[in-house]
Design a protein around this ligand. Structure first.
Ligand code: 5GP
Ligand code: MG
Length: 178
């Protein structure tokens, strides 16, 4: 595989689509076991997770649903701190088994800020599936239950992840050169 250019930056091949496919299949297989008979609702966080969510969902052989939300973040009051609100969450989550699907857990801020709103809707359980995690960058007490790859604290694109809106359609994952 060759280096690629996304806008003004050069990226080098990092994780191939074959390796990605294997890990996603392994996670799907585990979810099939863990959630048999539970009819989980996968909740994909847009935009970044849409490709991972689609591949993961196709790997499920159990009864399962999928829905997508966008998270809008704003500064709350000094007592509430950073607040994240979900746009497009129309399902009744009460009593449901939720699997949040993320592209990457970096600092953990997004998920950490979103969990209270999600818990408020009283789901039966919440787990997190993330395509990538950067343990070195983590600043909040968030741990994914299913992680395809743990990576170094470097900027990556492809497989749904973007650089300034571009690069999401790359089937393989690339890392910023340098
Ligand atoms: P958080 O810091 O809240 O855990 O991650 C927030 C968001 O930052 C991720 O959902 C993702 O959109 C973006 N992000 C973090 N690291 C990277 C990266 O290496 N590449 C890309 N494309 N996005 C990233
Ligand atoms: Mg994201």
């Amino acid at each position: 595989m060759a280096d690629i250019q996304v806008l003004d930056k050069t990226f080098v091949p990092f994780i191939s689509k074959e390796e990605i496919c294997q890990r996603v299949a392994a996670i799907a297989a585990q979810i099939n076991i863990d959630y048999a008979g539970k009819r989980p609702l996968m909740l994909g966080i847009l935009n970044g997770s849409f490709i991972f969510a689609a591949d993961l969902f196709r790997g499920l052989t159990i009864d399962a649903e999928i829905s997508f939300i966008k998270l809008a973040s704003y500064k709350g009051t000094s007592s509430t701190g950073h607040v994240v609100t979900a746009i497009g969450m129309e399902e009744d989550l009460h009593g449901r088994h939720i699997i949040i699907v993320e592209d990457i857990i970096d600092t953990g801020k997004t998920i950490h800020s979103f969990l209270p709103e999600l818990k408020h809707r009283q789901p039966a359980s919440i787990r997190i599936a993330t395509f990538l995690a950067k343990p070195e960058a983590l600043q909040h007490d968030v741990k994914a239950d299913y992680t395809a790859f743990e990576i170094e604290n470097k900027f990556v694109v492809g497989y749904g992840l973007d650089y300034d809106g571009f690069g999401r359609n790359l089937p393989d994952l690339y890392v910023l050169k340098g």
